[in-house]
Ligand binder design. Structure first.
Ligand SMILES: [Zn+2]
Ligand SMILES: [Zn+2]
Length: 164
């Protein structure tokens, strides 16, 4: 989200006026900071409350979920698991296939382990985006074939063309 400036001065997100406008952080550190002038801050103190952010941006729940996901990711990486990092859909003679790239922990002085696997779109979508997903998770959900090449754009023998 961008901020509005007038004559080099930050505008208030509520009334558009400039002068003494300050950015205020979300109490849960989730949504973008809101720019508010002293007058609106006085008249609308509710914009800076936890209750407002809970209700309007679902900020508390989102930030907690994000934190839990990051903790889970780190735990899995420390266990030596590889996590889903990117994917590209390739059109093949028999339908669509997804090439999914998984990466391990980044260790100083060592190369980060990268592996690529092919799977059906149905299998790929079985785990929601944003959630940590390991190769093992996907193997439990459907057929997963190790790709020969870890380059996401390399369709190998399967694909005719690719789309993101
Ligand atoms: Zn204002
Ligand atoms: Zn918020």
């Amino acid at each position: 989200m961008g901020y509005c400036y007038s004559g080099g001065l930050l505008c208030c997100d509520i009334c558009d006026d400039t002068g003494g406008v300050r950015k205020h952080r979300c109490p849960f550190g989730w949504c973008p900071s809101i720019a508010i002038c002293p007058k609106c801050k006085r008249e609308h103190p509710e914009y800076l409350t936890k209750a407002y952010h809970r209700e309007h941006g679902n900020c508390e729940e989102n930030s907690l979920r994000f934190k839990r996901q990051k903790e889970k990711e780190l735990q899995l990486l420390n266990e030596g698991k590889l996590l889903r990092r990117s994917a590209l859909q390739h059109k093949t003679k028999t339908g669509w296939r997804i090439k999914v790239i998984f990466r391990g922990l980044f260790r100083e002085g060592k190369e980060q382990i990268t592996r690529a696997f092919w799977m059906a779109p149905r299998t790929y979508r079985a785990i929601e985006l944003g959630a940590p997903a390991t190769v093992e998770d996907y193997k439990a959900l459907g057929k997963v074939t190790r790709a020969r090449n870890a380059d996401i754009y390399n369709a190998e023998k399967y694909a005719e063309w690719a789309t993101i």
